[in-house]
Design a protein around this ligand. Structure first.
Ligand code: ASP
Length: 463
């Protein structure tokens, strides 16, 4: 008997972790052998597999939304599905942030274990910085606090990683600028440019417009509708082919990540990682409860149906790259209607990120717990600051692109809202890739539960 695809994926995932750990142990990480092996693993996992998935995302979003919306009988029904979907996304994202904040405030990872040594290191570093400041400017840091803080901001940014550069590029913009640059402008992008650059907001907006225009025109637009309906099925076929290759790809992705990150990153940031993963576990239970009570689907059936999507999300760390697999699992294995899945999943992959929202709140509060009260971090965790973190974490998750590390970049919004200098963010970069696996798989699970819930209401409404 041939082993089932999902079993193979999970076995290969475990093999990848073991291979990665062994590789990290036996090979010198700066040596030629290690670098060459990682290059090959990344070639198979990232260049070939993620590359192939990314190749079909843009046409998939366009075709699936047009196909989905045009299969909804009336404008009124389309509006209802849209409102239900967005309501579900808003509610679950808010729950996710609340879970994360409650947990980080109860566990207080910033007062435990490795956090103590992070604080001590930073205190020593700041003492050095004050001496450097005095040597460079002739001023005393305490007496010339504003100058010192400005100097520190430019000094701390120097020579940081490429991720940090991306974070800094997002700093110093007003909320209005962010709204215009990150939401309105991408939505009104030229559709061909949006497709070429995988600008999901632009593709979704154009697809909705196209679908609504087709629906308004009726018969004359039928060839366009038929084309996108067929295109949608064709892309699902390509996804099916790609999935045959997924066990090997997942193994390579896991091996590369475990070898380069290693379990040692958990040591100093163990409590922090534990809080994020614990919060995500609680949120997953909440999602499954919603699936059972609101979506009326047995959680075991649900988990069985989406396990391939979950595993691909975990290994690729991209909800967008996983989208073709999610659509396939939800429609073929869970029997969710095309009209619901084709609308809820692409929109969900773009705006609904429960794991990311939870993580953003936990991360910023964790950093304030450790560094609050230092020379350059004048904030405390009062009620007002927590509320600001709550709101901005939701917004940052909506704004995060569905690609690896995106949550880290949009965290700048949360950090700056409570005046946490952004140069503190790199302190948690080391564990970001590992936590990204957990949050991305939760993001995808949240979208799938959304499809189940909306589909149930649609089915009941139709009977
Ligand atoms: N990687 C996540 C996703 O694709 C976004 C994030 O970085 O939180 O869903």
């Amino acid at each position: 008997m041939r082993p089932r695809l999902h079993s193979l994926i999970f076995v290969c995932m475990a093999l990848g972790v073991i291979a990665g750990l062994l590789l990290g142990l036996v090979e010198d990480k700066s040596g030629e052998g290690f670098t060459t092996t990682i290059r090959w693993l990344d070639f198979v996992g990232k260049t070939l597999f993620i590359g192939a998935l990314k190749m079909i995302i843009a046409p998939l979003i366009l075709a699936s939304i047009v196909a989905g919306v045009t299969s909804i009988p009336t404008f009124h029904d389309a509006g209802r599905i849209g409102i239900r979907t967005l309501a579900y996304y808003m509610i679950t994202t808010t729950i996710a942030v609340a879970v994360g904040l409650a947990l980080v405030l109860i566990i207080r990872p910033g007062d435990r274990g490795g956090a103590e040594s992070m604080r001590a290191q930073r205190t020593a570093q700041l003492a050095e910085r004050r001496v450097e400041f005095q040597a460079e400017t002739g001023l005393d840091a305490a007496a010339a606090a504003p100058q010192y803080l400005t100097w520190l901001a430019s000094r701390e940014g120097r020579g940081q990683s490429e991720q940090y550069e991306r974070v800094v590029a997002k700093r110093d913009r007003s909320t209005f600028d962010m709204f215009v640059d990150d939401i309105v402008a991408p939505m009104l992008d030229n559709p061909f440019h949006a497709l070429a650059t995988r600008n999901s907001l632009g593709i979704i907006f154009f697809a909705l417009l196209l679908a609504l225009a087709c629906a308004a025109m009726g018969a004359p637009a039928k060839p366009v509708v038929d084309f996108f309906q067929a295109m949608n099925l064709v892309i699902l076929k390509i996804t099916q082919w790609l999935m045959a290759f997924s066990p090997i790809a997942v193994m390579c992705l896991m091996a590369s990540l475990t070898a380069t990150q290693g379990p040692e990153v958990f040591e100093t940031l163990g409590w922090y990682c534990g809080t994020v993963v614990g919060g995500i576990a609680i949120h997953v239970v909440i999602l499954l409860t919603i699936c059972a009570l609101v979506g009326r689907m047995n959680p075991i059936t649900f988990l069985r149906g989406i396990r391939e999507a979950w595993a691909v999300a975990f290994a690729t760390r991209s909800s967008a790259a996983t989208l073709p697999v999610t659509v396939r699992c939800v429609t073929e294995k869970l029997g969710i209607s095309q009209k619901v899945a084709n609308f809820t999943l692409p929109v969900g992959a773009t705006v609904n990120m429960d794991g990311t929202a939870l993580y953003e709140g936990v991360a910023v509060i964790f950093l304030i717990q450790i560094y609050g009260g230092m020379d350059d971090v004048g904030i405390t965790l009062a009620g007002g600051a927590i509320l600001v973190i709550f709101i901005t974490a939701v917004l940052a998750s909506v704004g995060a692109a569905a690609v690896p590390d995106a949550g880290l970049v949009t965290m700048v919004l949360v950090a700056t809202a409570v005046h946490l200098p952004v140069y503190y963010l790199p302190f948690i970069f080391a564990v970001d890739a590992l936590l990204d696996m957990f949050r991305t798989s939760t993001n995808v699970m949240g979208d799938a539960v959304g499809a189940v819930v909306v589909d149930r209401f649609e089915r009941e409404g139709a009977t």
